[in-house]
Write a protein of this length. Sequence first.
Length: 231
Amino acid sequence: MSFVIDPPKQASVAVAGTDARFPVRRIFCVGRNYAAHAVEMGKDPERDPPFFFTKPADAVVESGETVVYPPETGNFHYEAELIVAIGTGGTAITEDKALEHVWGYAVGNDLTRRDLQLQAREQGRPWDWGKAFDRSAVIGPVHPASEVGHVASGAITLSVNGETRQNSDLAKLIWSVPEIISILSHSIALAPGDLIMTGTPEGVGPLVPGDTCVVEIAGLGRIETPIAPRD
């Protein structure tokens, strides 16, 4: 087979403790999956059905890489998140079988052009310009579930320049990891290499050039992202 242009490089993220890589196929994101965050975003904290948006696979940024303050925004936000890495695909996966499809877990940061997201929300338009821009998905090394188990609770924190901004527990997820996997798989066929960003707790806020943002999840380590001035 020949291509008329060079095919894109396979997006991937590190695997903890090895030189191996986890190939990234798609990135699914769960919106407002912590009640306190739903409130701070002006929404009802009730357990409404979850909703999803996506980021392109090549939006991935690894821990330690610098992110340049993105264009077309004056309100660039962090969002600490648990990442689920799918190792076995499937459709109509039941909750009791969902964790069998998980290869591992990682620490993530869903970078967001908040002003563009809110403008789109008010106009009833898709969130792509606020969420799916270049270098908007910071993903740490994936820890195999065979080594760390299945993550259902534990501290999730985010700091900016050493000051804590988000401090919660994974147990506060409105929709658990098995529920998220099951719901997604009833609408879209999940495949190996898919990543799921499971939502962020309360305390989201802005980043500016010169900041260093650190996200930590108990048992999964930390990721660090310096923010550079816009080109």
